[in-house]
Design a protein around this ligand. Structure first.
Ligand SMILES: Nc1ncnc2c1ncn2[C@@H]1O[C@H](COP(=O)(O)OP(=O)(O)OP(=O)(O)O)[C@@H](O)[C@H]1O
Ligand SMILES: [Mg+2]
Length: 321
């Protein structure tokens, strides 16, 4: 896992944003629960407290096809395997990739007579932010996590979901085309010239939240589909991301490598975590599961047991199957 940034303390963010922007940051261990106390990233998942809002994880990137839905599905299933109650809203009523993935998963359960850990999923088709919040509240009731998968375009609900996130995950392919969404680089030196509109939006949101004393957003840029670009390009991106992470206030985590299997699992709704249901995959899936574990550790979610298993957690439906 690469971890290059740490969100600033709220007071510092409000009072000295420009000073903080230049400060070298470290991996975050600072996340606070919506309702207050500091959390250890190494705690096992415990059942949600009834009146507590679930931890919101929004997957957002206005650029299409960066792996938001694929990563979101895998994170949702990984959390479910660890015994968490997971709810999710798919904000793309046209594609419904996330929702369809879980529909396919449900059909596989019926077809094969198996039980798999899953999530309560709803596709949002409303037209106001208030309606979205109603859906989020209803579906998220009693859940530990609320995952929001957003469309890869400029969308008012996606922006809202990004600004309401506890953890904002922005998957990015190792390409300056994707990078451009967060910051622009110099054509000759590849040094970051300025933040993009999207990064400014998140920056402003964090400022506003700090002023209203709400919990800050933990913004994690996830390098997705790595391994298929040449080393020099990867290095350039890595350097540029490191520089930008300090200016824009995000952390960088390693996501999923480029693997054909991620494209092939959709029809069955299975994930690489569904050990025993995938058939013969060779050894690559073992490495891929390790990637998933690293990704989850990199997200540093509340109650997450970062050293936890990737198989059925005791008490889950899968364990009972
Ligand atoms: N790690 C990966 N390895 C190989 N293929 C991948 C990987 N991640 C995603 N893909 C493939 O890339 C395509 C886009 O992925 P996905 O739908 O998850 O992106 P997205 O950001 O949600 O797209 P959109 O912006 O359209 O919602 C899909 O065909 C998916 O199967
Ligand atoms: Mg998608």
């Amino acid at each position: 896992m690469v971890c290059t940034g740490r969100a600033p303390p709220i007071r510092e963010l409000v009072e000295t944003p420009s000073r903080w922007r230049g400060v070298k940051t470290t991996c975050n261990n600072h996340i606070r629960n919506r309702s207050g106390p500091a959390r250890s990233p190494h705690r096992r998942i415990s059942p949600a407290v009834p009146d507590k809002a679930p931890h919101r994880i929004t997957f957002a990137n206005e650029k299409g096809g960066t792996g938001k839905s694929t990563t979101a599905v895998h994170v949702a299933v990984a959390l479910a395997y660890r015994g968490a109650k997971v709810a999710a809203v798919d904000l793309d009523p046209r594609q419904r990739t996330f929702a369809r993935y879980f529909e396919n998963r449900g059909e596989t359960e019926i077809r094969r007579g198996i039980r798999l850990p899953g999530a309560k999923v709803e596709t949002f088709t409303g037209s106001t932010v208030e309606e979205f919040e109603d859906v989020a509240r209803r579906i998220g009731e009693g859940a530990d996590f609320l995952i929001v998968d957003t469309p890869g375009r400029d969308d008012p609900f996606a922006r809202h979901a990004a600004t309401e996130a506890d953890t904002l995950v922005t998957p990015l392919n190792d390409s300056f085309v994707d990078f451009d969404l967060i910051g622009q680089v110099d054509a000759e030196t590849f040094k970051v010239r300025r933040l993009s509109f999207y990064a400014e939006l998140i920056w402003e949101t964090r400022k506003a939240r700090a002023l209203s004393r709400r919990q800050e957003i933990d913004w994690v840029v996830v390098r997705n589909r790595t391994g298929h670009v040449e080393a020099r390009n990867m290095l350039r991106i890595e350097k540029a991301l490191k520089e930008l992470s300090k200016r824009a206030g995000f952390r960088v985590a390693k996501g999923l490598s480029e693997r054909v299997i991620y494209r092939e699992l959709f029809p069955s709704g299975l994930t690489l975590l569904d050990k025993g249901h995938l058939g013969e995959l060779g050894t690559s899936h073992v490495v891929a599961r390790q990637e998933m574990r690293s990704l989850l550790a990199g997200l540093n979610l509340p109650h997450g047991d970062t050293a936890a298993n990737d198989g059925p957690a005791p008490g889950t439906k899968a364990a009972a199957a």
